[in-house]
Design a protein around this ligand. Structure first.
Ligand code: ZN
Ligand code: ZN
Length: 244
């Protein structure tokens, strides 16, 4: 990756006071931090987890696949840490679900301007939620993935297979941007590495089209980028794009 000159904090943080010369007038942009969700040892913490009970917005029913009617599988959920400076309510709970059998990618079309209830479009084989803090309930889903909980860390436990939250997306192809149907520019929230393996329980069926015999992947193992509406105009106002 290309290295960039770090910003000069004395210029970036000129908020008020003496009028600066035109070349020094810069808007203060808080640093966007990036943290990584690393698997941790006991005890299990359901808030940042995979394979545990799902934490859903309290007015949402458990998502099912529109293609087959099965309950979708919770792949990942986490509470958005305040220190990331993301433009969404701190400690909001993000969750990503996909059908255990139907793992098609979210969309082949360009979705720069998302329309209407875009979260109900597509094949209906996946769902994502962003619940406001405290407005949640837990729900049981299929027991397929091994229960794992995560903790936030400055560095990924495995740099090749990581779950990043906050900061800037590391695009594999051209950068993408999305505008929510409410008009707000979608905020980048999380990136999941290409072929990140969510280990399955030994007795669970293998995932169709997975690259692993002992695990499941999201969206056919593409690099996954998760965006959310900063207005949180709907608990489903999340968009996922994939690249490879
Ligand atoms: Zn399905
Ligand atoms: Zn919105």
């Amino acid at each position: 990756m290309k290295k960039r000159t770090p910003p000069n904090p004395s210029i970036e943080r000129t908020l008020s006071g003496k009028p600066a010369s035109a070349s020094h007038v810069k808007r203060y942009v808080p640093e966007m931090r990036r943290l990584y969700l690393n698997p941790k040892s006991e005890p299990l913490d359901g808030r940042n987890s995979s394979g545990c009970d799902a934490i859903l917005p309290n007015d949402s029913s458990y998502p099912t696949c529109r293609l087959c009617g099965q309950k979708q599988l919770l792949f990942l959920q986490f509470a958005v840490p305040v220190e990331l400076g993301l433009p969404i309510a701190a400690e909001s709970q993000l969750s990503i679900f996909m059908c255990p059998e139907h793992n098609e990618i979210p969309s082949f079309e360009s979705k720069a301007h998302l329309k209407g209830d875009y979260w109900n479009g597509g094949d209906g084989n996946w769902a994502a939620f962003l619940a406001l803090p405290g407005k949640v309930r837990t729900a049981l889903g299929p027991r397929i993935l091994e229960p794992v909980s995560f903790e936030f860390d400055e560095h990924p436990a495995n740099p090749s297979y990581k779950i990043a939250v906050g900061g800037k997306p590391e695009w594999v192809q051209e950068p993408e941007q999305f505008v929510c149907s409410c008009g707000a520019k979608m905020a980048f929230v999380s990136q999941i590495s290409d072929s990140y393996k969510f280990k399955k329980l030994p007795a669970a069926a293998e995932q169709p089209d997975s690259s692993y015999r002992d695990g499941y992947v999201l969206f056919l193992g593409n690099e996954v980028f998760v965006f959310a509406c900063p207005n949180q105009c709907n608990t489903r106002a999340i968009w996922v794009t994939v690249q490879n």
